[in-house]
Design a binder for this molecule. Structure first.
Ligand code: GDP
Ligand code: MG
Length: 164
């Protein structure tokens, strides 16, 4: 079975945009490999000769007073349990938010290597400054990227495949 990479982050940080870039906007498929969760969408992605599946976990929010909170947490944990690695996406045009901190704290409790993608960093110079703010999340090196333009995604993927 192909390794699975879970894309996590709060809403609007650019998860779907990044998934589209990683997968080349290939058709979303519901994968039929055994053991994977039925109601999630897995999409094939390649980097060099490495193939993996990307799953967008949807916008994780843990501090909403929604009645679905236990369900959301359970779904997210299930996605992580089958993942070989996770990419946490944050918005580089805003500093870390409380929701980012909560998600990072939660991720640290999962037994999965995490890469931190600081999205919306179109400018290389500003990107480094924007990314540096996210060291405080405590989940490792922040990688400045632009999901829209593709900047920085090569470095991110280079590191990602080391975990697969
Ligand atoms: P999701 O809710 O995390 O899946 O986020 P989306 O992929 O739907 O993107 C949310 C918003 O951020 C949209 O308006 C995107 O156009 C914008 N966005 C996504 N990626 C980038 C990026 O790399 N740079 C900039 N400037 N905007 C982005
Ligand atoms: Mg989305």
């Amino acid at each position: 079975p192909l390794p699975i990479v879970a894309i996590v982050g709060r809403p609007n940080v650019g998860k779907s945009t990044l998934v589209n870039r990683l997968t080349g906007e290939r058709e979303a498929i519901v994968h039929d490999q055994p053991g994977v969760t039925r109601d999630r969408t897995y999409r094939p992605a390649f980097w060099g000769d490495r193939e993996f599946m990307v799953v967008d976990t949807g916008g994780l929010v843990f501090d909403d007073d929604t009645e679905f909170l236990p369900y959301i947490r359970e779904q997210a944990a299930m996605a992580m349990s089958e993942a070989s690695a996770a990419i946490m996406v944050v918005d580089g045009q805003h500093g870390p938010t409380d929701a980012d901190t909560e998600i990072a704290d939660w991720l640290r409790q999962q037994n999965v290597p995490v890469l931190l993608a600081v999205n919306k960093c179109e400018s290389p110079e500003q990107g480094l400054m924007q990314a540096a703010q996210f060291w405080e999340l405590g989940i490792g090196e922040p990688y400045p990227i632009s999901g829209i333009h593709g900047n920085g995604t090569g470095e991110l993927l280079e590191q990602l495949v080391e975990y697969l």
